[in-house]
Design a protein around this ligand. Structure first.
Ligand code: CA
Length: 220
């Protein structure tokens, strides 16, 4: 299991590498976007820590390109407030971000929490019926519309991972551009209501403010 560190400043990379290694986590360090993409494609790291200001390309573009072939958790390292706004606003499919200067302990805690959630299975009692385009909760049909089905199925298949509204739209609509962002929020609201009619205590869809939605790994 390897964590890919993409950071052009050796002093920062050293701090991160040291913090991870002292916690027994293996890491591989690259200094630019091109090497990051090559490594991610060939070695499939468990998680990517991605600086935004890289010498050859923006971390945003690295993230977009990684997302075209991988669901690996991505944590951005941001240096300025304007970058945070971009991380949140662009909905790139990043899972988290840490602002510089950061404490190595904070970063490793974030990494550990993403690694914990990534490979786990969805909350119990949820079942996707692909043939019938139905999702069952505790054996009961949630009676989802086509779009609701596609959205929830995407969240369940990527349990633990945050999906941006754009990504959910892409998964559900044939022509994503024709719809407005808020539509996803409306569908999520309806899906939550339908889940509650089956199990009033269940709240398996988590809202990650500014990032999107995720299906929880454990029943809440
Ligand atoms: Ca940099």
């Amino acid at each position: 299991m390897t964590i890919l560190i993409v950071e052009d400043e050796p002093a920062i990379a050293d701090t991160v590498l040291y913090a991870l290694q002292s916690e027994g986590l293996a890491a591989h360090w690259v200094q630019n976007g091109r090497d990051a993409l090559e490594y991610a494609q060939q070695h499939g790291p468990e998680l990517v820590v991605l600086d935004i200001g890289l010498p050859d390309m923006q971390g945003f573009d690295v993230c977009r390109q990684i997302r075209s072939f991988s669901n690996v958790p991505i944590i951005f390292l941001t240096a300025r407030n304007s970058e945070i706004d971009q991380v949140l606003g662009l909905e790139l499919g990043a899972d988290d971000y840490v602002t510089k200067p950061f404490s190595p302990r904070v970063l490793t805690a974030r990494i550990r929490s993403r690694l914990r959630t990534a490979p786990e299975r969805p909350a119990t009692g949820i079942q996707i019926d692909r043939e019938g385009k139905r999702i069952l909760m505790n054996g009961q049909d949630l009676n989802l519309t086509r779009y609701e089905y596609e959205i929830l199925a995407t969240l369940i298949r990527g349990t633990g991972r945050v999906f941006s509204r754009q990504q959910l739209m892409d998964s559900a609509w044939d022509e994503p551009d024709a719809s407005f962002d808020r539509t996803i929020d409306t569908h999520i609201k309806t899906i939550r209501q339908k889940i509650r009619t089956v199990d009033p205590e269940a709240d398996p869809i988590e809202t990650r403010r500014g990032l999107g939605y995720a299906f929880r790994t454990t029943p809440s």
